[in-house]
Design a protein around this ligand. Sequence first.
Ligand SMILES: [Zn+2]
Length: 294
Amino acid sequence: MSAFSTDVRILTCPQCGAPIQLGRQGGQAQCTYCQAPLVVAARDDAPLQHAASPLSEAERIEGLRAQAASFGSKRLPPEMLAVLAGGPLTPERVGPMLGVWRMYCQRASAGDFAAGDNAVLLTGVLSGHFAARAEDLPRQRALLESALDALRDPSQKQVLRCSLARASARVGDLASAQTWFAACDPRSADLQADTAYRVTYATLATAHGDFRSALAALGPSPTAVPIALPSRLQAGVLRANALEKLGDLTAAVAQLVEEARALDGGRAATPEIVEASPHLHLCPQSLPLARMQW
Ligand SMILES: [Zn+2]
């Protein structure tokens, strides 16, 4: 069983933060570290219920483009800026960040939409930190599933389900990846939910060697479909990989160079994205060539 198996529930201990495993149907458990009791319901794997969208596909894409153009203009609250300050997350900052994360999850679970957005952002930062070490994968899983339980908004839930699907694929558990992903909406009107869907669809298609589908989800070029800024490089690497594997090495190299130059920190982050997904064998020829040019 993988750390991201949908056959079980793995949640964060509300008292000490350790991962607690239960059956898929939920029930009662006790934290093995601090003995705190935990009672949870069965996980809800039903399709996420988005508000019925009266938008045509052209209107939906137009709305996503408008969101992409203004992305990142929202000001973050001071407690968030405090835990994010200091660059890449270090081990001694994990505890304080988990404290703020827990607070946002509690508020989101009471229906606070803005707190939900902040919970999604911190879940992403902490999830990336835990993903770096194999022994921390149960913590990554527990964090993602606990946040998924706490959030109420379907678009916010979709972002986390997509993270769980990609994490499952990363450990080779493609069946669980499909279960996490199956509840997601391919026609979300929310930019972050739509970007998560596209990047996850492309990731799973890549894992199956289906590079045409990966390219269809991401479009043929960096601006062909609206993508939320924090995912632009990841989408770019998946797109370049698909182009390379389909035989267009020239376009793959050109796009890697273009995006690495255009986006903040792109030269450092692009190889890191490749290294973080060894299971996908991304851009084996195009990345070395791109690095000589950027
Ligand atoms: Zn505990």
